[in-house]
Structure formats: C-alpha cells, structure tokens
Design a protein around this ligand. Structure first.
Ligand code: SAM
Length: 294
C-alpha cells in the first residue's frame, strides 16, 4: 500500500495532519461542538481516555479563546487521563491511569481541589475484540466509569459528552444517564464512519437526584457489595421483595417420598426439538460406546 493511500481513503486523517491535530477524532469533537456549542464559556474541563490528545488540543484551543474574552477569570484548567502515556500539551495536566480504577478517579478529583468542571468528555474505546456483545459491554463499562467520575467533578448544569456503541441495549444506558441529565441526545458527527456503531451522547444540564452523594461504589464496576450495602437514600435503590405462594405448601428445595399409589406420567408436552435430541440419537446408535472402544 502506497504511503498516500490512507490519505486518499480517509479525508479526516489527511486533514488532521494538515491542520495539526494529533488524531482525526478532533473533527468529531469540533463537529459535535458546532452543533451543540457546549464549549462556549467553558473554563474547566476533564478529558477522559484522551491519548494521543486531539480532543485535549481542541479543549486547549477553545478554552484559551474563552479566557481571552474573560481575562479576569482564573486560567483555564484541563485534566487529561489515559491508560497510555501522552506527549505533553500546553496547559493540559496529564495523568496516566485506568479510569475504571478508584485510585485514578480519586486523582482526577484531587486536581479540582473541591472546584468543579464545566464539562467532562470521554472518547474512551476498548481494544475491539470483534465480539460485538463483548465490545458493547466493555464500552458501556467505560462510559459508566466516566459517568461515576463525572458525578464527583461536574458542576450542576454542566455537560458530559461521551462515546457510545449504539447496540441493542443502548436504551438501558440512556435511562441511566437520564437520572443525572434532563437532556440526553445521541449524535453522530460526519467524521465518524457510517460503518462504525460508534456515536456520541451529549448530556446537558447536570442535575443529580436530590440528596444524591457521589460515591466510589459502582455496582457495575466493582464487586464490593459491602460498600454497596453502606449506601443510603437516593444512592441506593431498593425494590420490594415479596415472597408469594402458600408458605405452608410444598417447598421447592425439599425431597418428598413417593406414595404407594404413585404412577410415573409422561410430560404433557415434550419439547418439539429438544436441544439434547442429537445427543440422544447418538446414544441410541451406540456412538459413544464405539468411541470408548477406540
Ligand atoms: N480522544 C482521543 C484523541 O482525540 O486523541 C482519542 C481516544 S482513543 C479513540 C481511545 C483511548 O481510550 C485510547 O487512548 C485508550 O488508551 C483509552 N482507554 C481505553 N480504556 C481506558 C481506560 N480504562 N482508562 C483510561 N483510558 C482508556
């Protein structure tokens, strides 16, 4: 393949190099912002899963433009995190770590020193395995980790933008996001290939439930159910548990002796195509005993 063939096939790849962006992903954030204008007035931002850093470049450019309009405000603050090391960028605090780990989340929060971010963005993507269910699941875990960090650092009214995979269970994610944001929109920028199931959610107007306290306990990310049990109020959702049926009746876990009048009956409706049909046929034809003799 000639050196220029990727430039020919992928216009955004070529443009990124021409315009000085570290990756073609820069155009996704630029096009999303063109549509939603969420970088307007932003002074503090978190870029999760940021390497090689094109989204951080966009943030750095836009936040310094914002600062020029309001020079009396404090300097912009951008915290960028990735598993991979990232080449330095002016005005961007970099942190190497896994966003699903409590220690990384705590470090990000500590950079804000009690202050709040105006926006959290996350372009996180796992190494795709090609097993769609698995890829969607891991992507959803990244998104939930990002949302968890967001609940610690985002100011009320702030914005959360993240990559999602539009799989069959996407509505479950939307419902989880709607708990925290009144406006959740799914958007696909022109620079994101149509062949990819990737899209971006733009969640606006951060508004956690009343009395919600951000916590590091995440039921989907860590299996520390002890810490889940310590949760109270709106942080803990309890659904009613109701036992039903006659509690003095038969117990499904007990063995009952057969009476002398017992007669074995065939099932009323045997399965039409039983999953064990082939195995039964092989057994009837002595296939297994012939195998044993070999
Ligand atoms: N937005 C970036 C840019 O514009 O340069 C590109 C991000 S790239 C598509 C996805 C990134 O997610 C990779 O750099 C990968 O290392 C990072 N990533 C995946 N899982 C992660 C995790 N658990 N914690 C932190 N970063 C992660």
């Amino acid at each position: 393949m000639g050196k220029s063939s990727k430039d020919k096939r992928d216009v955004y790849y070529r443009l990124a190099k021409e315009e000085g962006w570290r990756a073609r992903s820069a155009f996704k954030l630029l096009q999303l912002d063109e549509e939603f204008n969420f970088l307007q007035g932003v002074q503090k931002a978190v870029d999760l899963c940021a390497a090689p850093g094109s989204w951080s470049q966009v943030l750095s450019k836009r936040l310094s433009e914002n600062h020029k309009q309001t020079p009396d405000e404090p300097e912009p603050k951008i915290v960028a995190v990735d598993l991979q090391a990232m080449a330095p960028l002016d005005g961007v605090i970099q942190l190497q770590g896994d966003i699903t780990k409590k220690s990384t989340a705590e470090k990000i929060i500590s950079y804000f020193d009690g202050g709040m971010a105006d926006i959290v963005i996350c372009d996180g993507a796992p190494d795709v395995t090609g097993l769609h269910d698995m890829d969607e699941y891991i992507q959803a875990q990244l998104l939930l980790a990002a949302l968890n960090i967001t609940t610690h650092v985002l100011r009320p009214g702030g914005t959360f933008v993240a990559k999602i995979f539009r799989g069959k269970d996407i509505t479950l994610l939307y419902s989880q996001l709607k708990i925290f944001f009144p406006t959740v929109t799914c958007s696909k920028p022109r620079s994101s290939r149509n062949s990819s199931i990737e899209a971006f959610i733009v969640c606006q107007g951060y508004q956690p439930p009343v009395d919600y306290t951000p916590t590091m306990a995440n039921p989907l990310l860590d299996l520390q159910y002890d810490s889940m049990n310590e949760l109270t109020g709106p942080n803990r959702t309890i659904v009613p548990f109701i036992a039903c049926g006659d509690l003095n009746g038969y117990d499904a876990d007990r063995t009952y002796p057969l009476t002398s009048s017992y007669k074995q009956l065939d099932p009323l409706q045997p399965p039409i195509t039983a999953p064990y049909k082939t195995a039964m046929e092989l057994k009837r034809s002595n296939f297994y005993s012939r195998l044993d003799k070999k």
